[in-house]
Design a protein around this ligand. Structure first.
Ligand code: INI
Length: 156
């Protein structure tokens, strides 16, 4: 491993301008994801003055608002946070598919990393497990992935 060129991102958020985009739907879960992402980023050197939190109605609106933020406001990275929980109809599948596709498309189109912190769960229990209990906090993971990707892109 010593003789290969390795490019890896440092987990240092100093000097970055970051936005968290979070849905209001299922806010009792999403607020835990937001808290995790904010805690992670500020503990990794982000100045809170350069961190913006944008609220959107639901997961379906995440891609559009992320797109506007990266085109109009030149953020270094975004963290998209939400929670879609399966109900009695196929609505869940449409919201998950469009939010996921839209975020991936926005990231590729803009070249700006977007941490994907959208929970897609069959039950409320699964969502609680991923919002700061036994399966960790997916808001933290999304923030960490975004930060690492920002720092990798800078070197390419
Ligand atoms: N939005 C969510 O973020 N989570 C959900 O679980 C959800 N369900 O189940 O309906 C949801 N729906 C709203 C959707 O994201 C849009 O906000 C709405 O359809 C208006 O465009």
């Amino acid at each position: 491993m010593n003789d290969i060129t390795t490019i890896a991102g440092q987990l240092n958020a100093q000097g970055l301008k970051i936005a968290i985009v979070a849905s209001r739907f299922n806010d009792f879960i999403v607020d835990r994801l937001v808290a995790g992402a904010v805690d992670y980023l500020t503990r990794h050197g982000l100045d809170p003055a350069t961190l913006t939190l944008v609220r959107v109605p639901g997961a379906f609106e995440l891609p559009l608002v992320c797109r506007k933020l990266v085109t109009a406001h030149r953020f270094d990275g975004l963290v998209a946070l939400g929670a879609v929980i399966r109900g009695a109809t196929p609505h869940f599948d449409y919201v998950c598919a469009e939010a996921t596709k839209g975020l991936a498309h926005t990231m590729l189109e803009s070249g700006t990393p977007i941490g994907f912190g959208l929970l897609t769960c069959d039950t409320i229990e699964q969502a609680i497990e991923r919002a700061g209990s036994k399966a960790g906090n997916k808001g933290v993971e999304a923030a960490a992935a975004m930060l690492e990707t920002v720092r990798v892109l800078e070197q390419l």
